[in-house]
Design a protein around this ligand. Structure first.
Ligand SMILES: [Zn+2]
Length: 263
């Protein structure tokens, strides 16, 4: 049987686009050739939001849009100004998710308070829009849970994903308790990532997602290359191996979960 007759479909739930349009088209073509059926183009800064909008507009059938301002933008303007910008962007094109947003005290401990305020404002925007939220968290586990728990949810409550997960089983459990999905990136394929592979075994099928976080963090065996959505296949292969199942199964469950969240 030819490979094309029996090809799994993959959903890369986290890719960034800030490159030139020509490069963007080549990247999407290679993703489709690799069996990537859908991609969430994720914002996070002015440049990344513009890139995500461009690729989502060019590929409405297979690219879903997420817009947001990440922790690096927390100090550049007030949460109100950032939220107003997101409202304007959403008028240009309705997003499928808010993000990425979240907290990173590893690189920016000095802006912790501003990060919390921006994160909270974006969670409330996601709640108002009844959209899932894409959350980044690094060296900020307790603070992340605290902001999530203190947000005055009005709509359908918290829905979304902690992306590029690097935590242990305990943190995964606390996120699962809050109905979040957990997404694994190429980091799970790295040689020194045994603890993370333990977390990857722990997350149940119905909460599991895969992503590239491209253009960064290319998975083994593509470590030396610039990352792109086509490489999400290697994340799925790694998860299949550690979870003792087939790559077809990982592709199918993660695709279904992503469809439920992002469409
Ligand atoms: Zn990202």
């Amino acid at each position: 049987m030819a490979a094309t007759e029996h090809k799994s479909l993959y959903y890369d739930t986290h890719a960034h686009f800030d490159g030139l349009p020509l490069e963007m088209f080549a990247v999407i073509d290679r993703a489709m050739d690799a069996g990537v059926g859908r991609i969430v183009a994720v914002g996070g800064s002015t440049e990344l939001n513009v890139g995500a909008l461009a690729v989502a507009a060019a590929y409405p059938e297979c690219v879903r849009l997420a817009i947001g301002f990440d922790r690096d933008q927390a100090a550049s303007a007030s949460p109100e100004v950032h939220v107003e910008t997101l409202r304007q962007l959403a008028e240009a094109q309705p997003p499928a998710a808010v993000g990425e947003t979240g907290l990173d005290f590893h690189y920016h401990p000095e802006s912790a308070e501003a990060q919390r305020a921006l994160f909270r404002a974006e969670l409330m925007l996601a709640d108002e829009w009844r959209l899932p939220v894409i959350i980044h968290t690094r060296d900020a586990e307790e603070a992340t849970l605290q902001v999530l728990d203190e947000t005055p949810w009005r709509g359908e409550g918290l829905r979304g994903v902690v992306h590029c997960f690097t935590g242990d089983k305990n943190f995964a459990a606390r996120l699962l308790d809050r109905s979040l999905a957990i997404s694994f990136s190429g980091i799970v394929t790295f040689r020194n990532a045994d603890m993370l592979r333990g977390s990857a075994v722990f997350v149940p099928d119905e909460r599991l997602l895969i992503e590239t976080d491209s253009p960064f963090l290319a998975p083994v065996p593509k470590r030396s290359l610039r990352n792109e959505p086509a490489f999400v296949v290697h994340v799925a292969e790694c998860l299949a191996k550690v979870r003792g199942t087939t790559v077809d199964h990982i592709a199918a469950v993660t695709y279904e979960n992503a469809m439920r969240l992002f469409g």
